[in-house]
Design a protein around this ligand. Structure first.
Ligand code: FAD
Length: 492
């Protein structure tokens, strides 16, 4: 079985390593590690490995974060299999730090780090070295532009430089799409190519209205919005307004450790109220420079000292809960096309991702995609209930998409603005525009407009409450809309 894996983050690399047992594997991705969100991760991998913890407890925390929209089967797979993936990695020599840590939303110490807050970089380098040593995996430097489909089956990939890679199966592992936003914590190039390729191949997409915004990204004009990990707040850092006063206790009983969407909206509100910046104050965190070397270096780059200065922060797009709809083996609705990692949507995150579940997801579902049988996806029938208007064929220029996304598709949304944004995105662009980013932004705007409620990462100022009638997952293909109801026994 010839496998082409598109993308070389944790999902692509781990998938390729296991797929190599079944035949030749090609990984197609740009060479630079910095283009993969995996290398940027600062928290760690969530897995119930500590005494007293259990996959069931991890599942309950994941379901609580997911605000009623998780697929309970996918959650069970993730939480049961994550400890095994961590064990496998440790046996192969992955240098995890000795003790798991606690993060917001987890009831137990279950987040495994490596190199303190450099977990992603350490994991990414470790997996890339394993792939290099494997010998049976070919790495090609380049970008995929399309999945080739013949007779309803994925048969290969086309590349930006005009090559055709023939395959018995194609695994999309292209990461998320936060690069459609100007304010983002991840790589510039995460602009949703995988989602766009899946759409063009006719595959179903799901949950695209759910984007997670991280509340504390560095906010210094002229510099990228680098993430300042939640663990800083876990260790005592507070949020302060322009006068230096703490404000989170008035928004939520858990103050700085409230869910990310609550903190993000509070930060925006306080910035509006005071007309000034909001600061992260980590001066009281013991040994902050040595315990958080990545965060410290990011502040240093902009002339700030994490141990002495107040650090200006603002929310930034961080994680796409939605993506290419798959079953728990990574199979999409197009035979021979699989997806794993952030590009995929197994339903494991529901409407909101629990911190550190995504690296676990890349490992569990990356490996499962490699082991999947060549069979149709185990998904319920998805009848189309309504057609969808014509999708953008050309893209707007990337800065224009990002401006629109920041302004209208952010942590606080409003119906009329979503509608205007969708129209502008559909109206067409230019040959030099970014079609992937435009298409994904258009789909985010439409799904967010249709969801007439607030839930998880999706907040509508004009409809601020959850509505039980919306306890379903929106699915969309080029043929139109359909929905996945959540069985009454599942989620909460
Ligand atoms: C700053 C930051 C901190 C984070 N911290 C954590 C954390 O502590 N714990 C946690 O669980 N999660 C964390 N996350 C989320 C997590 O890092 C990602 O969800 C996860 O790494 C995604 O892995 P992936 O393999 O799916 O995608 P990525 O690691 O993003 O890899 C995608 C790959 O696809 C390639 N690619 C993209 N488009 C194309 C194309 N057209 N053709 C070919 N290749 C392409 C990219 O170059 C890259 O190689 C964090 C994210 C960010 C941005």
């Amino acid at each position: 079985m010839r496998t082409v894996v598109v993308g070389a983050g944790a999902a692509g690399l781990w998938c390729a390593l296991h797929a190599a047992e079944r035949g030749p594997v090609t990984i197609l991705a740009p060479g630079a590690a910095t283009l993969s969100a995996t290398a940027w991760a600062q928290g760690g991998v969530a897995a119930a490995t500590a005494p007293g913890d259990s996959p069931e407890a991890h599942a309950e925390d994941t379901l609580a974060a997911g605000a009623g929209l998780c697929d309970e089967r996918a959650v069970a797979v993730l939480t049961r299999e994550a400890p095994g993936e961590v064990r496998r990695l440790a046996e192969l020599g992955m240098p995890f730090d000795p003790a798991p840590t606690l993060e917001a939303g987890h009831r137990a110490r279950r987040v495994l780090h490596a190199g303190g807050d450099a977990s992603g970089r350490v994991l990414h380098r470790f997996l890339a070295d394993l792939v290099e040593r494997e010998g049976r995996i070919r790495r090609l430097d380049g970008l995929a532009t399309a999945v080739e489909v013949e007779g309803g089956r994925a048969v290969g990939v086309r590349t930006a430089d005009g090559r055709r890679l023939v395959a018995d199966r194609v695994v999309l592992a292209t990461g998320g799409a936060c690069g459609i936003y100007g304010h983002r914590t991840g790589p510039d190039t995460s602009i949703g190519d995988g989602i766009a390729m899946a759409w063009d191949a006719g595959a179903a997409l799901a949950d695209l209205e759910f984007v997670q915004f991280h509340p504390t990204a560095l906010d210094v004009p002229g510099h990228p919005s680098r993430l300042l990990t939640e663990a800083l707040r876990g260790e005592g850092a507070i949020l302060a307004d322009a006068r230096g006063e703490r404000f989170m206790p008035r928004f939520h009983e858990r103050a700085e450790l409230a869910p990310r969407d609550v903190v993000a909206r509070a930060v925006l509100r306080v910035r509006e109220e005071t007309g000034g910046p909001v600061y992260l104050d980590a001066r009281g965190v013991p040994d902050v420079l040595t315990r958080f070397p990545v965060a410290a270096a990011q502040c240093h780059e902009v002339g700030l000292d994490l141990s002495l200065d107040l650090i200006p922060v603002a929310p930034a797009a961080h994680y796409f809960m939605g993506g290419v709809l798959t079953d728990t083996w990574g199979r999409t609705t197009v035979r021979g096309l699989l997806a794993a990692g952030e590009v995929a949507c197994t339903g494991v995150h529901g409407a909101n991702r629990l911190a550190s579940n995504s690296l676990a997801e890349t490992l569990v579902f990356g490996r499962r995609a490699a082991l999947a049988e060549d069979a149709p996806a185990e998904l319920p029938p998805l009848p189309i209930s309504e057609p969808i208007g014509p999708a953008p064929t050309l893209g707007l220029l990337l800065p224009a998409v990002r401006e629109l996304a920041d302004r209208h598709l952010g942590p606080r949304r409003r119906g009329p603005e979503l509608e205007a944004a969708a129209e502008r995105l559909a109206a067409g662009g230019v040959a030099a525009g970014s079609r992937s980013a435009t298409l994904v932004a258009w789909l985010v705007a439409l799904t967010a407009l249709r969801r007439e409620e607030s839930r998880g990462g999706h907040f509508r100022e004009d409809l601020p409450e959850p509505n039980p009638a919306w306890r379903l997952r929106q699915v969309v293909t080029p043929r139109g809309w359909s929905a996945l109801p959540i069985p009454a026994t599942m989620g909460r």
